[in-house]
Ligand binder design. Sequence first.
Ligand code: DAK
Length: 258
Amino acid sequence: MTEYRWIQTEVHDRVGLARLNNPKALNALHPELMQELVEALEAWDRDEAIGAMVITGNEKVFAAGADIRSMAQASAVDMLLSAYIDLFDRIGRLHKPVIAAVSGWALGGGFELAMACDMIVASETAVFGQPEINLGIIPGAGGTQRLTRTVGKYLAMEIILNDRRLTAEEAARFGLVNRVVPVDRYLEEALELAQKIAQRAPIAVRLGKEAVQFALESSLENGLRHERRLFYLLFATEDQKEGMQAFLEKRKPSWQGR
Ligand code: DAK
């Protein structure tokens, strides 16, 4: 397995787990860390032995945002040319489901990273926020867009314009997280969820993810058309035949990912 400096990777039963590992700066996300993270995730995305991925931090912090130290003196052109945002976009393009397991702070780019994932499992201690306004900037890695699509305009305005933080409980109420669990359970819970998805028919999981993502980017009409094409496509897979045959024969299906 590749050795990384800024992340730690493990594989648990068809699930790739990446732990952010920049504890001295509360897991601040600098480009080298993001580069390693994306490389690890993309490798798992290509690996048929992996069915889903989890990104986590530690109990105290998921990530406190992009590295303020490295941005403090940056020019607009430095930011424009920074690798950071392309790396973020690459996470959004992964085919396999990615779950963020969040405990403690998920601020700024840390919150944006969690929102770029497909599901979020939070510990009771998780705190979500976009404090960029305190630095004289706004979120730049999807915060204004993904957050608004999830919680709506009014709350998004307060979070972005006035650094309103959300507790885990509030985040769950506003549909931002899938579940809130005690702090000693959040990673296990995320891994279990990922492992269950990783046992399912891989192509159906992949196309299901694609269809849900498309819903956020299209009109209902185009979304329905897109869904139907993906639905028809699944009837070209061996797994569809196996899944339906197994149901009829009252046995567990054996998925091939073909
Ligand atoms: N960057 C760098 N260092 C950070 C950091 C960060 N985001 N957050 C914390 N640290 C460092 C602190 O400086 C401190 O370092 P030392 O002084 O020990 O050397 C250490 O971590 C511990 O932090 P604190 O002493 O502050 O710890 P507390 O428990 O008192 O406070 C906190 C925890 C999370 C509330 C606080 O650290 C905090 O407010 N951190 C900053 C949160 C923040 O403002 N995040 C937003 C960052 S801006 C882009 C698109 C998007 C972005 C960038 C580029 N492009 C399109 C190119 C994203 C921007 C952001 O995320």
